[in-house]
Design a protein around this ligand. Structure first.
Ligand SMILES: Nc1nc2c(c(=O)[nH]1)N[C@H]1C(S)=C(S)[C@@H](COP(=O)(O)O)O[C@H]1N2
Ligand SMILES: [Mo]
Length: 167
């Protein structure tokens, strides 16, 4: 009886580790998530290549921004909720760092309540590094003009490289 209970617990934890497991990246890592997360695929980090990001649910925001010419553009990105679930997020703040070492803190709630997205595509095309890619935080500025201020401009970080999940 005791043995079967131990066996059952062992089986369940084995199953859940399969269900929760994050596959290792197969090509160049474009995003590394660290900090307060429970699902990792390398040393204390969850690493993503473009294929892994592409396989996640997508969200769109159509808006003009101060950094993109020619009026509104449609930005497409990974559904932040899916990314947060994939890493087993345990905190409510993100310290995001860019390739140029620019850094900003973005509350998780900006993605869940303010409609911010982690954009990887503009008008259907992948965002190249010279075009503020591979990933940029985009807020729905046109839908919600109260976002048009320095607080949210400062959080609109492009060329994202790492996300550290904090308390
Ligand atoms: N990667 C990266 N993202 C960034 C910045 C930066 O220097 N590098 N500057 C931030 C700040 S402070 C603001 S106000 C906005 C606009 O910066 P800009 O006015 O220099 O275009 O982008 C934000 N995103
Ligand atoms: Mo700024």
């Amino acid at each position: 009886m005791l043995f079967s209970r131990i066996a059952l617990i062992g089986l369940l934890s084995l199953l859940s580790s399969f269900v929760l497991a994050l596959d290792p990246p197969q090509s160049r890592v474009v995003l590394t998530v660290t900090g307060k997360i429970t699902h990792t695929n390398s040393d204390n980090a969850a690493q993503f290549d473009m294929g892994m990001l592409a396989s996640m649910p997508k969200v769109n925001v159509t808006t003009a921004t101060s950094w993109h010419d020619g009026g509104p553009h449609t930005f497409t990105g990974v559904d932040a909720k899916a990314l947060f679930d994939a890493v087993g997020i345990q905190g409510s703040n993100l310290r995001i760092t860019a390739l140029n070492d620019y850094m900003t803190d973005v509350p998780v709630s900006d993605f869940l309540d303010q409609g911010a997205i982690l954009a990887t595509h503009i008008d259907g095309q992948p965002m190249s590094v010279r075009d503020k890619g591979p990933m940029m935080v985009i807020y729905p500025f046109d839908d919600n003009p109260t976002l048009k201020n320095e607080k949210y401009y400062g959080r609109s970080i492009w060329q994202i490289k790492t996300i550290q999940v904090k308390e």
